[in-house]
Design a protein around this ligand. Structure first.
Ligand SMILES: *Cc1c(COP(=O)(O)O)cnc(C)c1O
Length: 501
């Protein structure tokens, strides 16, 4: 399997291991496999057996092997077995599904070490990075900026790993108490938490500044774990396969009364497969892009529902055909903060597929039109007209009061407490449910414990603290304070990171 850029530069196709440690392609595009492997009905039934008999990690190895041909299968199996296990994940099913009394399904993506779905990708990425760096005798300094979930998830995935250091910038005093405690209580030698006297955008600008200094970047082997990394997306494809298998198994076993959706047409000799709709709380379009890829592979997903908060740049596109990224000044701070994005960094991957993989047109939109006009408009194109039919996408948005109402209602009617991001999904799911055939699965992207203030506002009580997080806010914490200054960041890296060669 070779990988190409969405902007199709002359740069020839590369292998998985080559792009694992890379960010953008040299032409500014994003990497995608040159084609998606296809799962037949027979393949899916075989994978059902793998999931039921050998578990999630074995399923992950099987799916990954379809995309990775330069890591031996035995090694992939060992890698996924280390990435997806208890007690790092609180449930041996890794991604269990449940059926709420009101009819919605929940796919639980938040059982990892930081209680957010980013762990699903990061835990695998940590194993893959260690494996590949070891194989090359290389080392890496990850320099990142975070306003919450991504940074802690990366640190829990990379702590204590040989050849890897993490320097993570956070805006001083702007994360929730739980998020701060989670990150700053990591005392591993290779983790450096930094509180910058500034806001999240300042942190991002500092990261950019060290990345734009080629000599410094090379000397310190500076890399990133950002959301455009292909391996992160690939890790997420696995749980869409698992979700489809688990929901259809539960329905077939009569554990749920609801009939599965309209049946997917198949070749005559194959049994038709029931379709499942997924609802995805979205920001950078990473999670739902993985759903798109699974659907392209033949996993019978019906609608892919994109749910946004007030930062509705994606909802706007799917409703109108106009993609108009916002400035950071136009990006609102909401009560589902991990979805507060101004531009959706993975969206280019989907548009490349939507345009029939026309790299020149994709480059024209993302390279030229956005820089020139600040938006592009596909509303008059046949591709946009066929978007729902061919790709399954629909969308909706929610507000702060919608989230509070959904948190309250789901607790009252379904006896289940959801976090504010999942609430965005539940709100849009309920709004669109009537027009959709078949089971509706909301992808749960975080646990309520991370967002206590909003839960308190919605329900009048604090969220329960799962046993594995008890006491996290009481322990020792370590962080370095730093002015908003690139020279200070360079000095800090020189002082705190071990140069290994
Ligand atoms: C990152 C995140 C999202 C958004 O996911 P994308 O892949 O960026 O669309 C939603 N919810 C939570 C809790 C997150 O951490």
């Amino acid at each position: 399997m070779r990988y190409i850029s969405t902007r199709g530069s002359a740069d020839h196709a590369r292998s998985f291991s080559d792009i694992l440690l890379a960010g953008l392609a040299p032409d500014g595009g994003l990497y995608l496999p040159e084609s998606y492997p296809v799962l037949t009905a027979g393949d899916l039934e075989e994978l059902r057996g793998v999931l039921e008999n050998e578990g999630y990690a074995a399923l992950a190895a099987r799916v990954l092997a379809l995309f990775i041909d330069d890591i031996p299968v035995e090694d992939l199996s060992a890698i996924t077995a280390r990435a997806y296990r208890t007690p790092a994940f609180s449930d041996p099913a890794i991604v269990p599904v449940s059926h709420l009394p009101g009819g919605l399904w929940i796919a639980h993506l938040s059982n990892g070490p930081t209680a957010a779905f980013k762990d699903m990708a990061m835990q695998l990425l940590g194993e893959l990075f260690e494996y590949e760096l070891g194989r090359r005798g290389d080392w890496l300094t990850i320099v990142g900026a975070t306003s919450g979930d991504t940074g802690s998830s990366a640190e829990y995935a990379l702590r204590g790993r040989p050849g890897l250091s993490v320097v993570m910038l956070t805006p001083a005093g702007r994360m929730t108490a739980f998020q701060r405690a989670q990150m700053f209580s990591l005392l591993d030698e290779n983790i450096v938490n930094v509180a910058v006297d500034g806001v999240f955008d300042d942190c991002q600008d500092l990261v950019k500044a060290v990345n734009m200094d080629p000599a410094f970047k090379a000397a310190w082997h500076i890399g990133a774990v950002n959301s455009i990394n292909w391996a992160r997306l690939l890790a997420q494809v696995v749980y869409y396969v698992a979700t489809w298998l688990r929901v259809t198994s539960a329905i077939a076993e009569g554990g749920a009364e609801e009939p599965a959706g309209r049946e997917e047409p198949r070749a005559l000799d194959e049994a038709p497969l029931p379709r499942v709709n997924v609802v995805v709380p979205s920001g950078n379009f990473g999670n739902v892009c993985a759903a798109h890829i699974a659907r392209q592979m033949g996993v019978p997903l019906g609608a892919l529902v994109v749910a946004t908060n007030e930062n509705d740049v994606l909802d706007e596109f799917f409703r109108t055909g106009v993609y108009r990224p916002r400035s950071s000044a136009q990006t609102l701070a909401t009560s589902s903060p991990s979805m507060d994005i101004s531009k959706a960094s993975n969206f280019e991957r989907f548009v490349f597929d939507l345009l029939g993989r026309d790299a020149e047109r994709t480059a024209g939109l993302f390279g030229d039109a956005l820089a020139r006009d600040g938006f592009f408009d596909l509303s008059e194109t046949p591709e946009f007209a066929a978007l729902r039919e061919d790709f399954g996408f629909v969308s909706g948005a929610s507000s702060h009061s919608d989230r509070l109402e959904e948190i309250r209602r789901t607790e009252d009617e379904d006896a289940y407490l959801i976090d504010p991001h999942t609430a965005d999904g539940v709100h849009v799911a309920r709004a669109l449910a009537e027009g959709l055939d078949g089971p509706l699965v909301v992808m749960e992207t975080a646990l309520p414990v991370k967002f206590a203030e909003t839960i308190l506002e919605a329900t009048g009580h604090m969220p329960p603290v799962p046993a594995r997080f008890e006491g996290v806010e009481g322990g020792a914490q370590r962080l370095v304070e730093m002015p908003n200054d690139a020279a200070a960041l360079r000095a800090l890296i020189e002082e705190r990171v071990k140069q290994l060669d």
